[in-house]
Design a protein around this ligand. Sequence first.
Ligand SMILES: C[S@@+](CC[C@H](N)C(=O)[O-])C[C@H]1O[C@@H](n2cnc3c(N)ncnc32)[C@H](O)[C@@H]1O
Length: 235
Amino acid sequence: MTKKIDNNIIEKKNIDFFSSNSEYQKNVATIDTYKILYSEITNFIKSSNKLLDIGHGGSFDYDTSKVKEITGLDLDKMIDVSKLPKNIKLVEGSALDIPESIGNFDTTIVVMLLHHLVGKSVSENLENLDKCLKQIHKTLIKNGKLIIVESCVPNWFYLIEKLLFKPTSFLINKFMKHPPAFQFTQEILKKYLTNNNYENINFKKIKQGKFILQYGIKVPTFLTPVETIIITATK
Ligand SMILES: C[S@@+](CC[C@H](N)C(=O)[O-])C[C@H]1O[C@@H](n2cnc3c(N)ncnc32)[C@H](O)[C@@H]1O
């Protein structure tokens, strides 16, 4: 019961920060790291016919005209639907409980979503990662492709992040508009993908630009330990 209430608080914070956040959408469209990602992600999605984008945030950081049919799933519509191209439809729902009504995708993509699936402890964050990967598995056709675009952290940082998660997420919840986040290592993502029966798991490290967003704030990339990674895996 308390877990459900905590999830609702986190989901509400995500909606309050990302919904119709034109500043965030402008940052994604203009900051060098996300421009590099735009062309990288476009290369990965261009052979897809039916794509599910979970946690799209209204920003769709790739060329949406390359895919015939896109379904965007997020906690809220996030963007004025009249501004969307005709091949995109939006569904409201959670990555932790994907509506049964959507499925049969040849590709499901999550761009900078996984670090937002936080609970109230590190073990809940890992449970949510596991739950999300299980839910995504159901959305894919046989041999369908999962694309994960994530900012990952090195092991030394993960140890610090784990130790400080409770106090920092408490302070972020109290004083920041941006929701709390928890970044994983590449090894953890690989382990959870394998445990959830994904195959052909591949990692590509993306060259980052001079700037990157951390907690929604534009910061010089050299100040952060994060690495931007594109992971692909098949069902
Ligand atoms: C950092 S933004 C990424 C937006 C976009 N994919 C991009 O890269 O610009 C994270 C997005 O994940 C969404 N999100 C957070 N928790 C979610 C959940 N449980 N289910 C679906 N979406 C969620 C947020 O609402 C937000 O739109």
